[in-house]
Write a protein that binds this ligand. Structure first.
Ligand code: BG6
Ligand code: MG
Length: 215
């Protein structure tokens, strides 16, 4: 039995873009210069850590109360984008890959840092394809810690060595490697250098030959 663990943001849906736009708005209000390059560091990490990185960029010290207000503000803006999502936002090739893996008796899990993960799976109507969902509400240690993937593997009842993780972030690839799982990067091979394999997107993944490769 094989387990396939999918990250959500930037892998299944292009919400990395919405996270960026919402953080960018807050950064501007705080007078912080925040670029697309800076945003790479926010991918895969928790909401609280993302805010810390932005505050570090602007050399801003803040109280816990201020941080809570800003995180809420960012999340409200982010949820505005999410509220308009539907299945059309599932990235090309993802649905057919999920269905193929399921038909071939693979177990499918989500392993995401996001506390909004279930909402997004519901909005895009793909929740029924998942045998387990582990998200930011279930873990105490953020990627690159392997906790989220270890828990996902446990929930689908598959050994770590038989799991394959699909990730778009450096922190996520490191987490998959630390969990002892095969790591497949989705995105830029130059950025995701620590991944076992990198594909630009799911259109370029032939699930059948992938299954053979990892058997
Ligand atoms: C990850 C994203 O999936 O979830 C991060 O890559 C994000 O950018 C994190 O900060 C937490 O998401 P949320 O939805 O709980 O704020
Ligand atoms: Mg991601």
């Amino acid at each position: 039995m094989k387990g396939f663990i999918f990250d959500l943001d930037g892998v299944i849906v292009d919400t990395a873009r919405y996270h960026f736009l919402a953080w960018k708005k807050l950064a501007e209000e705080l007078g912080v210069d925040f670029t697309v390059e800076d945003n790479e560091r926010l991918k895969g990490v928790s909401r609280a850590r993302s805010l810390e990185i932005i505050l570090e960029l602007g050399d801003i010290r803040a109280t816990e109360a201020e941080k809570q207000v800003w995180m809420r503000q960012k999340n409200d803006d982010y949820l505005e984008y999410v509220s308009r999502m539907d299945q059309k936002e599932v990235l090309p090739g993802v649905l057919s890959t999920l269905r193929f893996l399921k038909e071939n008796k693979g177990k499918i899990a989500l392993g995401s840092a996001s506390k909004n993960a279930r909402l997004i799976l519901e909005k895009t109507n793909i929740l029924p394809l998942f045998d387990a969902v582990v998200d930011g509400n279930d873990v105490s240690k953020a990627k690159p810690d392997p906790e989220v993937f270890a828990l996902a593997a446990q929930q689908i009842g598959v050994n770590a060595a038989d799991c394959v993780v699909f990730e778009d972030s450096v922190a996520g690839i490191q987490a998959a490697n630390a969990a002892g799982m095969a790591s497949i990067g989705i995105g830029d091979a130059g950025i995701l250098q620590e991944a076992d394999m990198v594909y630009p997107d799911f259109i370029h993944i032939d699930a059948e030959s992938l299954l053979k490769k990892i058997r």
